[in-house]
Design a protein around this ligand. Structure first.
Ligand code: BTN
Length: 325
């Protein structure tokens, strides 16, 4: 009921009468009044005028199940939202839901993660109320070998959503870090549970530094946030919606096309090291190449002394030839 009332208030310019809300939500006026008060307590500024009804004036950067559900209406892939004020890791939570064979697209979001995970067993610092920590749980009908392509799809969607919402120029570091002004702003961790020829479920975890006023000492030289880059706070629910919408658009195309040919150019054009020198690190070995961008399957093509070869994301890590980016 709270979600429906919030949705109605957000989607109406001007006042909504109490009666209209009662009719649509099928509840009493007192129940509506209680929800309105709850929303006010959470920080929504709602004007109530007798004989006119209610009007939403503004809302701060709030995350809650109702806020997220009322914002991402219209999604074709997200059928449910699970929200935690605090959890270990939204990827871990999404995998548990995947095991329970919940057969619908689910979005898991947390306001804080205690054990946020990055790629290569790294920690993803996830302070309360500042970032976006979200995981998409999906069950795509594609062979497991193609799963890593969805990470590329997610990177393109995430970059585009950040640029749209935050109005800052964002680049991609292969395979899926989002870089702004030479520092990492967001990352993606994709995990999968599969049989030989069948994906049981796939989770795409996205972590973004959003309204952080300062980065933790241990990562401040290589990380940044939307606030630090733009000096503006943004509403996380709105960015979550834009990410879901952008992802959905490319995901649908991907399911039709079956590879990354339709998105390769967009990806490569936004690749921070496109046609530049990079260091590829594989175990204790590191070697410099020129990055030529991804191929239709998401593998990176690199060149050295006229010899071209391919690198696969799970096997190596990549840095700029001179520094992290
Ligand atoms: C990386 O940069 O190496 C990937 C970072 C991915 C972090 C996100 S936050 C939401 C989801 N839950 C996690 O534990 N990790 C991902």
């Amino acid at each position: 009921m709270k979600t429906r009332i919030l949705e109605k208030l957000k989607n109406t310019e001007g006042f909504v009468s109490g009666q209209e809300i009662c009719n649509e939500a099928g509840v009493s006026r007192t129940a509506v009044w209680k929800v309105i008060n709850q929303l006010k307590e959470e920080g929504y500024v709602i004007e109530s005028v007798s004989k006119k009804g209610y009007r939403i004036i503004s809302y701060p950067d709030i995350l809650s199940e109702s806020e997220i559900k009322s914002t991402i209406t219209g999604s074709h892939i997200i059928k449910d939202v699970v929200y935690y004020e605090e959890t270990d890791s939204t990827n871990t939570r999404a995998k548990i839901l995947g095991e329970e064979s919940i057969n619908k697209g689910t979005l898991v979001v947390a306001d804080r993660q205690i054990s946020g995970k990055g790629r290569r067993e790294r920690v993803f610092l996830s302070p309360k109320g500042e970032g976006i920590y979200m995981t998409l749980l999906i069950k795509p009908d594609i062979p497991p070998i193609k799963a890593s392509m969805l990470t590329i799809i997610a990177a393109v969607a995430l970059r585009e959503a950040i640029e749209k919402e935050a109005v800052i120029e964002a680049k991609i570091k292969w395979p899926n870090d989002i870089i702004v002004n030479g520092r990492k702003l967001a990352g993606i961790l994709t995990e999968m549970n599969a049989q030989m020829d069948y994906i049981n479920y796939l989770v795409i975890g996205i972590g973004i530094n959003v309204n952080n006023k300062k980065m933790d000492d241990e990562i401040k030289d290589i990380s940044t946030s939307i606030y630090l880059e733009s000096k503006r706070e943004i509403k996380r629910s709105s960015l979550i919606k834009t990410i879901v919408m952008c992802f959905e658009e490319y995901y649908k195309k991907f399911l039709n096309v079956g590879d990354l040919s339709f998105i390769k150019e967009e990806y490569n054009n936004n690749l921070i090291h496109y046609k530049k020198e990079v260091t590829i690190i594989s175990g204790s070995k590191s070697e410099n190449f020129i990055s030529l961008g991804i191929l239709d399957d998401g593998e990176l093509e690199v060149e050295k002394n006229g010899k071209i070869q391919k690198v696969i994301s799970g096997e190596v890590s990549l840095r700029g030839a001179e520094k992290y980016v």
